[in-house]
Ligand binder design. Structure first.
Ligand code: WT7
Length: 679
């Protein structure tokens, strides 16, 4: 299987994406991938958007987006200016406009006679299911909005959300948006510590959670982490949470703090279903979502309203060729990640689509669960991650082959580079099931928590797709690949992925830290947003994403920081020093591999200490961050200035001969490590 082995050097150093030909055979193979699949005539003829959109957007980007904003959203007050870029990198989109996200996602569809259309088909892991029509979902959101207001939540207040993949998650997000409260979702796989620091950083007033969920047929608790997060001493001045609303999902026993805790059924259930949405300023904060960067402290990425809704809705329509009257759309992402925000909670509902929402894992109670769901609801657009596709490949095609997947007509991929083998398997096995005239087009979508919405992707009725490439910037998006000095590279060359012009769904900053926003994204190349990814332009000018060029790892499409895990490891009393790398992994893309030096007085009790350290990371950050492998070593490779050379450790972790080690302060270190690992 081809691997994407970018070096982990910092963006400032030379031996990285600027010269991807040094990346070895895997990348060479990738760049010789030259299959191409043009859209079928039939698909192209019925596509929602055609090739003309590129020229239209190029002619005047802000005007193009202003047109989309007016077409896709219903504004309470029209805007007077599409883009204000007078104070870069702080953009304002649709200046002076007022819009309500929840009204656009719900009420207006009911007013337009679509109240009986199913908004969400929910499928619980144990097999329970519920459907919400647009009318029903609107009612639930109005009740939740009233309930949150009655608990003292007002416009601008922050609400922390720690929920499983159940409809109440979407209801909570839209209820917050409705009243202008800013939601901050914390993925259920994060620990009490991680939850606590995010609650503190955003100064949340309310937490919405559940007793728990189901994982592989067993109850899995959430409420205890909230209790722990709120009871412990925090890093700062204490927390500001006044109330906790608890959805009853799995019926587990929970501890209860009288006066603070409220069952969802008692508060939301009892609230009035009358609630009038008012427009919020286009730049009113919609949500904060924490993501890992190159430092130990997660960044609260801030998104605002008008631009975010416009670009998520436009891309959802154009990239998935959405026909809301007939399509059934399913995005498998958890609402704890940005994909679950943009392409579960917001865009599909803004566009009046019918979507599926599934609570559990793909193998519960059997490995055909997803395909059973596709068959049951006749899913026509499926949006998932390469790691899932590779897992299904491993399980074998005979499993999906047992189901009728003929409803599928568009397939999406997101989260990490999709290798050509996985892409072809996705097309042949999932996209070509049943008696099809032609296989479903695959759209590989590149974007980030920071970009808010898709940025690079083929248009399924226009682009001849290439296995493994996200290919083209979306209309109205100015992406480029540049060299060390910020100069655009010619076709056939690699470099750093940048965004040259502001875009509607761009992050507006890092919560509480405008300097860090400038420093992180806008300082590497002046006047350009630096994404942190390496990329290459092929001979046609199409873009191939090559993975991160910084200390950010991508595990199953989830973003983790090497530094964050290193900090967690060194906070354990037995650890003197730690270095973490993301090593290529067949299924998860990358896997966390940690190298630790134990303290002199710590006994290396072999497996025991390793297990202890894994659990410690799980507790500090969350189960998703637990290293797959922990290697106890005598030394770490460092430069003379003391910087750990992760590149060399990555070579070790991936079973290669370590590369150029001439800049090491002590050139015997790699031999020492090799010797210690042979023991
Ligand atoms: C990083 C962003 C976008 C939602 C999920 C992840 C990588 C994302 C692709 C793709 C190659 C991709 C990048 C990016 N990435 N999509 N289609 N091809 N790489 O959001 O957690 O903010 O991570 O995911 O490295 O920088 P995120």
């Amino acid at each position: 299987m081809m691997r994407f082995t970018m070096s982990q050097d910092t963006p400032g150093s030379t031996a990285t994406a600027a010269n991807p030909t040094q990346q070895g055979d895997a990348l060479e193979n990738l760049l010789h991938e030259n299959r191409k699949f043009a859209p079928s005539e039939d698909f192209a003829a019925n596509a929602v958007v055609g090739a003309e959109v590129y020229a239209e957007a190029d002619a005047d980007r802000p005007a193009f987006w202003a047109k989309q904003a007016r077409e896709l959203l219903t504004w309470d007050k029209d805007f007077t200016q599409a883009l204000d870029w007078s104070n870069p990198p702080f953009a304002k989109w649709f200046v002076g406009g007022e819009v309500n996200a929840a009204y656009n996602a719900l009420d207006r569809h009911v007013e337009n006679g679509l109240g009986d259309r199913v908004a969400i088909y929910f499928e619980g892991e144990p097999g329970d299911s519920r459907a919400y029509t647009y009318a029903e979902l609107t009612e639930e959101v109005k009740k939740a909005a009233n309930a949150f207001e009655s608990l003292g939540v007002a416009k601008g207040d922050r609400v922390a959300v720690y929920l499983p993949m159940i409809p109440e998650a979407v209801i909570t997000l839209l209820a917050c948006a409705r009243i202008g409260a800013v939601h901050s979702v914390v993925f259920g796989g994060f620990s009490a510590d991680a939850l606590r620091s995010r609650i503190e950083d955003a100064e949340a007033k309310l937490v919405v959670t559940a007793d728990g969920t189901y994982r592989r047929g067993k109850p899995s608790a959430l409420k205890p982490a909230v209790d722990e997060a709120l009871s412990r001493e925090g890093d700062g001045n204490g927390h500001t949470v006044q109330n906790v609303v608890v959805v009853k999902r799995n019926g587990q026993d929970v501890d209860w703090t009288e006066g603070r805790d409220h069952w969802w059924a008692d508060t939301v259930g009892a609230a009035s279903a009358e609630h009038t949405a008012v427009g919020h300023d286009s730049e009113h904060p919609l949500f904060i979502l924490y993501t890992s960067g190159t430092t130990g402290k997660p960044k609260g990425i801030l998104h605002t309203t008008g631009g975010y809704l416009t670009q998520t809705a436009y891309t959802h329509k154009a990239v998935f060729d959405l026909h809301p009257e007939t399509d059934v759309y399913w995005c498998t992402a958890d609402v704890g990640w940005v994909t679950g925000h943009s392409y579960v909670a917001y865009a599909p509902l803004i566009n009046g689509a019918t979507q599926v929402m599934y609570e559990g894992t793909p193998d519960s109670p059997h490995q055909g669960r997803w395909w059973e769901i596709v068959q049951k609801y006749k899913v026509s657009i499926l949006y998932t991650a390469p790691t899932a596709i590779r897992t299904f490949m491993k399980w074998g095609r005979d499993i999906p082959d047992k189901y009728d997947l003929s409803s599928i007509r568009v397939l999406g991929s997101v989260g990490e580079p999709i290798n050509p083998e996985a892409w072809m398997w996705y097309r042949d096995v999932i996209g070509n099931s049943g008696a099809k005239q032609s296989p479903a087009p695959i759209v590989d979508t590149w974007w980030q928590t920071e970009t808010g919405a898709q940025m690079i992707a083929p248009l399924p009725g226009v682009t001849a797709t290439k296995p493994g490439s996200a290919q083209v910037p979306l209309p109205g998006i100015a992406v480029d690949v540049v060299d060390e000095n910020g100069a655009s590279v010619p076709n056939g060359h690699g470099g750093f992925l940048v965004i040259r012009e502001p875009w509607p769904a761009m992050l507006r900053g890092i919560w509480g830290d405008p300097e860090r926003f400038k420093e992180t994204y806008w300082s590497r190349f002046e006047t350009m947003y630096f994404a942190g990814d390496g990329a290459k332009k092929d001979e046609d000018g199409d873009i191939w994403l090559l993975g991160r060029v910084d200390d950010v790892m991508n595990i199953s499409g989830h973003r983790l920081s090497t530094t964050e895990i290193e900090s967690a490891l060194v906070s354990h009393p037995a650890v003197a020093e730690a270095a973490v790398v993301g090593a290529a992994d067949e299924t998860t893309g990358q896997a966390v591999v940690a190298f630790v030096i134990l303290r002199g007085d710590a006994v290396d009790s072999g497996d025991e200490i390793v297990q202890d350290l894994r659990n410690h990371v799980g507790k500090e950050i969350g189960p998703i961050a637990k290293p797959k492998i922990i290697l106890v070593v005598p030394e770490l490779p460092k430069t003379r200035s003391g910087k750990i050379m992760r590149r060399l450790l990555k070579d070790v972790a991936e079973g290669r001969e370590a590369g150029d080690a001439t800049t090491l302060a002590d050139n015997t270190v790699m031999a020492q490590i090799a010797a210690s690992l042979k023991k």
